[in-house]
Design a protein around this ligand. Structure first.
Ligand code: ADP
Ligand code: ADP
Length: 229
């Protein structure tokens, strides 16, 4: 079974005064295989964030079917949501919370008992153990991005989804984030990421789907896709 299965997904945003608005997803179908790093590549405005936000339950699809780890997002919303961890693009942390507190609060939100929390383990996984008790306002941009990844993993989802994980970061930090994604994947996490950098998709992804104007125009193992270019 696929990690994520998407069939005929359509999203039309509402326009002004109830007029039909932008058709952001125009009948998209694909599967994300379990265990892979899957890249959703496309230019700005292609529909990548709309797709991710649909998976996250932040955008209501117009039509189509989505199953996450076998759970239909309409029928089995709670389980579907629990199977996924979302790393959004923007980093917003209360400046006076520490990484440990951010993760504890998130665990509380999921109803995870104190005994079952994995705060130290998660901080170690994203190489932030030495910053566990530092105020978020003192963290570098890269540290904040890593904390965001740990936060998305608090409920131990089998799937991690990253929206433009390296947008606007320097080369050094990009490499760090790529390594971290590979480490998590090596531990068994299925990864889906959006990007508009071909190089990022090539370096990191086992499989690449290309989206443009709300339509899927390719979906192939990275090797095959590159041999066509
Ligand atoms: P819907 O109710 O169709 O799901 P949202 O609630 O996601 O739409 O967005 C509400 C409104 O926000 C939209 O109708 C639109 O006017 C505006 N909006 C937000 N982001 C964008 C964007 N990237 N491009 C155009 N309009 C946007
Ligand atoms: P990408 O993430 O690939 O840049 P998006 O999913 O953000 O693409 O946007 C796809 C299209 O939908 C764009 O034309 C964008 O302006 C439009 N759009 C995105 N969000 C909204 C919204 N909330 N309301 C109306 N239009 C939107």
């Amino acid at each position: 079974e696929a990690a994520i299965s998407i069939r005929n997904l359509v999203k039309r945003y509402a326009g002004a005064k109830g007029a039909p608005g932008k058709l952001a997803l125009d009948g998209v179908s694909f599967d994300v295989p379990r265990g892979q790093i899957f890249g959703l590549l496309g230019p700005n405005g292609a529909g990548k964030s709309t797709l991710i936000n649909t998976l996250a339950g932040l955008v209501m699809k117009t039509s189509g079917e989505v199953a996450i780890w076998g759970f239909d997002i309409d029928q089995d919303t709670r389980n579907a949501k629990r199977a996924i961890g979302i790393v959004p693009q923007e980093v917003v942390f209360d400046p006076f919370f520490t990484p440990a507190e951010v993760l504890e609060i998130q665990a509380g939100y999921y109803g995870i008992t104190k005994a079952a929390r994995r705060t130290a383990e998660l901080l170690a996984a994203v190489h932030l153990s030495d910053k566990a008790n530092a105020y978020a306002r003192t963290l570098s941009g890269g540290m904040k991005r890593r904390l965001l990844i740990a936060k998305a993993m608090v409920h131990t989802p089998p799937i991690l989804v990253l929206d433009e994980p390296t947008a606007g970061v320097d080369v050094e930090l990009r490499r760090q984030l790529w390594e971290l994604v590979e480490e998590l994947n090596a531990e068994g996490v299925t990864v889906v990421l959006t990007t508009h950098y071909l190089e990022e998709a090539e370096q990191l992804c086992d499989r690449i789907a290309i989206i443009n104007h709300g339509r899927l125009i390719a979906n192939k193992p990275t090797r095959e896709l590159l041999s066509m270019a």
